[in-house]
Design a protein around this ligand. Sequence first.
Ligand code: Q46
Ligand code: ZN
Ligand code: ZN
Length: 318
Amino acid sequence: MRCRKCGERAAINLRQHRLALCAEHYLAWFEEQTARTIHKYRMFEPDARILVAVSGGKDSLALWEVLLRLGYHADGLYIDLGIDKGLHYSTHSGEKAADFAAQHPTAHLHIINIAETYGESIPQLARRKRQHQRPCALCGLIKRHEMNRIALESGYDVLATGHNLDDEAATLFGNTLHWQASYLKRQAPVLPADGEGLARKVKPFCRFYERDTAAYTLLRGITYIYDECPYAIGATSIQHKLTLTQLESRAPGTKLQFYVSFLKAKEEGLFCREEMPPADLHPCKECGQPTLAPERCAFCRLWYAEDQVEAENLQSTS
Ligand code: Q46
Ligand code: ZN
Ligand code: ZN
């Protein structure tokens, strides 16, 4: 197979686009497509300060690389979750993020260690909360809180994550299976900032297949952590990905069609007729981030000692 641009031997065949490209033209195509997605969904302006959530995996490191190559001011945020059972997942993923940052001296890497900052790692907290079999809900809550906190505290315009099309299609599939309307409404390439404390969030890779980002990191020579987090094994989202991959193998382009058609249907008013009343958000008593809870947000309740609650109750009754 030959590259459509130059006729040299192709390095990759993008079946869904019926496009074969050599390494050089693939790298250029991938970066151009990212720029087009940023532009198409009006993700951010050329002078924006971007915080990239970096896990040490291929998607987030590829995203950081592409944004820097496109000339954006992009810094990274690595959250050390303290997940070190078996393969030392956090240690190795942190090393990959730090290696990348060392090779890009113009960019800054923020590192947040959850155990050092809050006193417990994710596995320790999950054990205390009796969620050690599947700590992903807790972990997701903590990551979202910390990404939002650093983005706002450090004055970034936007928080960028490396979610790819396989991630987005699997999330869409799961939300559709259960008709989770509130999640479906919020699933988009851009989540606008909420003046009351939520950072703008964008997903510039949302139209790339996972194999596209894998090919990019490989051809660019970016080293990343291959292993998944040990807690990801058996996750429902992985089952959904497998199901969609089966459909894709029979009909290339299925995932892209599924996701893009959903976005189009939303644009055309899929949810317009059932406007939900705006959520009654107010600042958390502890950290100030928006919450629906009466006093402390779900994140702060994780760390707030129960004896403090009792002491407060006693004070208020005395
Ligand atoms: S890091 Fe955290 Fe994921 Fe590991 S514990 Fe679950 S949510 S699987 S992306
Ligand atoms: Zn070529
Ligand atoms: Zn809070």
